[in-house]
Design a protein around this ligand. Structure first.
Ligand SMILES: NC(=O)c1ccc[n+]([C@@H]2O[C@H](COP(=O)([O-])OP(=O)(O)OC[C@H]3O[C@@H](n4cnc5c(N)ncnc54)[C@H](OP(=O)(O)O)[C@@H]3O)[C@@H](O)[C@H]2O)c1
Length: 340
């Protein structure tokens, strides 16, 4: 079979597709014949060597995929050979056959395509986990959503439309903001030309914001943090700002990181603010939580309320191009690799 490798940490060209032997599933695992692989910004960070827990190169990257189960290990009862599924893997998804714990695999709805299956999990789980489980967002509340037209952003917008949340969407281009508007965002801010703090203050008549979903981190943190209204919740779940257009810009990364203020816990009390963070990568042991979440999200998919926004698909062998595209900030929605 073919598998993609991160041959060393660096720009997209360090990715190479090579022949690699497939293996049989161990006890508790299934083997998936891969049809599509969802690309995540975490893959970019992993390739650059700045993702926590990333192995030393060479390694097979990729954390989510869809396909058909073609072999089942001992003691697996939840799925069977021939099932159309999506699955998660702590690295290793960028291959034509992938062995993964059956705990991390779920059948996908009949009408869901493999491309959608590969685009659905991380985006919608992240949006749901941040907005519902952590922030407990309520109908009528105001959300500031950064990177609103990205994979997670477009899933978050659809959940907010369903839940009646008023969204202030930020993105770097007019085209992206148009997508955010079509997915229900009430207010649009192009943060390359407008000050998002001023825009929010003006549009809310000084009230501020109830919840911030921030996957960009760095210097925007402080500004968003100060926008929180009493009972405001700040959900931090990514650091896209530390990356450069192709590689890691170490100086910029350092500048972004040191511009994040230190939070003094007693100040949370007196100002009624909460700071929360998450990384799904380190929550994989919460299998029942994710199973229940998947059911709820699939239900929204079936009723047409939540559908992955497919930004671009690339053939598997063009993985380096797909990475470059996602890192370039030009992508809208989800970038997916497909295998014939
Ligand atoms: N903690 C978790 O468990 C978890 C899970 C999933 C995703 N995430 C994080 O959530 C974010 C979204 O993930 P995604 O896979 O859906 O990616 P994405 O949003 O489709 O793409 C990343 C977006 O981040 C914005 N961005 C801001 N500064 C950037 C920079 N310096 N370089 C590149 N992009 C920059 C860009 O949108 P604009 O140009 O419009 O600003 C870009 O399109 C990522 O930061 C990711 O690491 C975290």
């Amino acid at each position: 079979m073919r598998a993609a490798f991160v041959t060393k940490f660096g720009p997209p060209e360090v990715l190479q597709v090579r022949e690699f032997p497939a293996r049989d599933p161990a006890e508790g695992e299934v083997r998936i014949r891969t049809k599509a692989i969802g690309l995540n910004f975490a893959d970019v960070m992993g390739r650059l060597g700045v993702y926590p827990g990333i192995p030393d190169p060479p390694f097979i990257p990729g954390i989510e995929l869809s396909g058909v189960i073609d072999a089942v290990g001992q003691s697996v009862t939840s799925v069977k050979e021939g099932d159309r599924v999506f699955g998660f893997s702590p690295q290793g998804a960028c291959a034509e056959q992938v062995c993964v714990s059956s705990d991390f695999v779920r059948p996908i709805p009949v009408m869901m395509s493999f491309e959608e299956g590969a685009a659905f999990g991380v985006t919608s789980f992240s949006a749901f986990h941040g907005l519902r489980t952590l922030a407990n967002i309520q109908r009528g509340e105001k959300l500031l959503l950064h990177a609103a037209a990205g994979g997670v952003g477009t899933a978050a917008l659809q959940l907010c439309r369903e839940w009646g949340v008023e969204v202030f969407a930020t993105a770097s281009t007019k085209e992206k903001l148009e997508v955010a508007k079509n997915l229900g965002a009430s207010h649009l801010v192009n943060y390359t030309s407008e000050d998002f703090v001023e825009a929010v203050r003006t549009k809310t008549h000084g009230y501020g914001i109830d919840v911030v979903m921030d996957s960009v981190g760095g210097r925007i943190f402080k500004r968003g943090w100060n926008l929180l209204a009493p009972m405001g919740r700040y959900v931090l779940y990514g650091f896209a700002s530390v990356t450069g257009p192709r590689t890691l810009n170490k100086l910029k990364a350092l500048r972004e990181l040191i511009s994040v203020p230190l939070i003094h816990p007693p100040s949370l009390v007196s100002r009624n603010r909460s700071l929360m963070g998450f990384n799904l990568y380190f929550l994989s042991h919460k299998t029942e939580y994710f199973r229940n979440m998947a059911e709820e999200l699939f239900e929204l998919y079936r009723k047409g309320a939540l559908k992955p926004v497919m930004g671009a698909t690339f053939p598997f062998e063009r993985i380096a191009e797909a990475h470059a595209f996602l890192q370039s900030r030009r992508s809208i929605g989800k970038v997916v690799l497909v295998i014939d």
